[in-house]
Ligand binder design. Structure first.
Ligand code: AMP
Length: 398
């Protein structure tokens, strides 16, 4: 049983030190929430779901059992005073069971919308929030009809979330729907129109108990093999596009009746239109720069929103580039890159997730590069990435 203070019936803000934030999920996002909590004198209990969990090294209490285990639920609800999630693929029944016993932010209903592409797209459409054309399909005939209606290139995605481009088939529009359906390994899909975007951007935002919404400056995101590679902040977009993105995010937060931290990914097209691609009900990879370049990090912001403190300032203190450190930079599976040049760059900081095995596509950590301009920071980040990739070139690239 926990050595930490427990207050089972809580209706008002729960400030440190009488606060144990229960985090459902134990990945690197949970780890960074727990690290922010430690700094703020807040305890954390991490429920791993039985999955590999980088967060356990820094948590105060660990429940290393599946989400379906009733003993784990009892334990979690006994030790935590308030709860949150660090990833969205948690069974809704688990979220609802927690919410019956503890304040859980964001709500199970909001997480359920964000954990399934069909529900998410339908929510966007019903609330008049711009997103790519889409149609839900559950057999080859429906796929053929949807492809005919789309009449051009698209992408077939699983209705349940994959991640980082998994479970997606790019279509030109003239393929045989029966053949495509055979290779599509899912009972239900969403056919989306292909968006010829100019840029991808994302906006992190939070709403706390008092209802105030704060939004961070948009990040401009570039991908490598479908995985986020760099986030450039401030994004190189007109101010009115940034303002429009923030307004859309506010609308989403209000429509979801949301409390907590949330990230929204957008496509930006050549004519300046913004289309929502995805909503993450948690901290997001494209918000990692906030650790070093903003007045309040996204992880502290999540804690503040969840325990009832006022939101911290999201102000950007410096241009910054976040570089994801994927496993393909590791010269051997258990040998990290030589970090010396990063430490010699006096405005870069290294964040590692404590993962021992570096498979090629695995997110092992990230580095934030501050700079006078984001272009200067980007040049340094790209040079170091090229250096590490060259040193690990004998490994197969993802
Ligand atoms: P997702 O897993 O849906 O976030 O998609 C991963 C990446 O695939 C996105 O970040 C885009 O780069 C690309 N992508 C996904 N959907 C589309 C689309 N409808 N049009 C163009 N690119 C897309």
């Amino acid at each position: 049983m926990s050595e930490f203070p427990v207050s089972p019936s809580v209706s008002v803000p729960i400030h440190p030190p009488h606060c144990v934030v229960g985090v459902i999920g134990g990945g690197q996002l949970g780890r960074m929430i727990a690290l922010a909590a430690r700094r703020m004198g807040i305890h954390t209990a991490i429920w791993t779901g039985g999955l590999e969990a980088p967060a356990v090294e820094v948590a105060d209490e660990v429940i290393d059992l599946p989400f379906s285990d009733p003993k784990a639920l009892d334990h979690f609800c006994a030790v935590a005073t308030v709860a949150t999630v660090e990833f969205e693929n948690i069974p809704r029944s688990t979220l609802e069971a927690v919410a019956e016993r503890l304040p859980l932010h964001p709500s199970p209903a909001a997480v359920a919308i964000c954990q399934n592409r069909e529900r998410e797209k339908t929510f966007l459409r019903e609330n008049g929030i711009p997103c790519a054309w889409f149609q839900v399909v559950s057999n080859p005939d429906e796929l053929a009809a949807a492809m005919a209606e789309l009449g051009g290139p698209g992408v077939l995605k699983t209705a349940d979330f994959g991640y980082d481009g998994s479970g997606q088939i790019k279509l030109q529009g003239h393929e045989d729907a029966v053949e495509i359906w055979k290779t599509f390994n899912s009972p239900r899909g969403v056919l989306e129109g292909w968006v010829p975007f100019e840029k991808e951007i994302s906006v992190m935002a939070a709403r706390g108990a008092d209802g105030e919404i704060v939004t961070y400056d948009p990040a401009e995101n570039r991908h490598r093999s479908h995985i986020l590679d760099v986030s450039i902040v401030p994004a190189r977009i007109p101010q009115e596009v940034a303002d429009h993105a923030a307004a859309i995010v506010r609308k989403i937060i209000e429509a979801l009746d949301y409390r907590g931290l949330l990230g929204v990914e957008f496509f930006l097209t050549a004519d300046g239109s913004l289309l929502v691609n995805e909503i993450a009900p948690r901290p997001h990879n494209s918000g990692h720069h906030t650790l070093d370049a903003c007045a309040t990090s996204q992880f502290e912001q999540q804690l503040r929103a969840v325990i009832g403190l006022p939101a911290g300032s999201p102000r950007l203190l410096s241009p910054v580039v976040m570089l994801n450190l994927l496993g393909d930079l590791w010269p051997e599976e258990t040998t990290p890159p030589d970090w010396t040049p990063l430490f010699e760059d006096r405005e870069a900081s290294l964040h590692l997730y404590g993962k021992r095995h570096a498979s090629l596509r695995r997110k092992m950590g990230h580095a934030n590069f501050l700079g006078e301009t984001s272009a200067a920071a980007l040049a340094r980040a790209e040079a170091l990435k090229a250096h590490w990739l060259a040193a690990a070139a004998h490994r197969k690239q993802p």
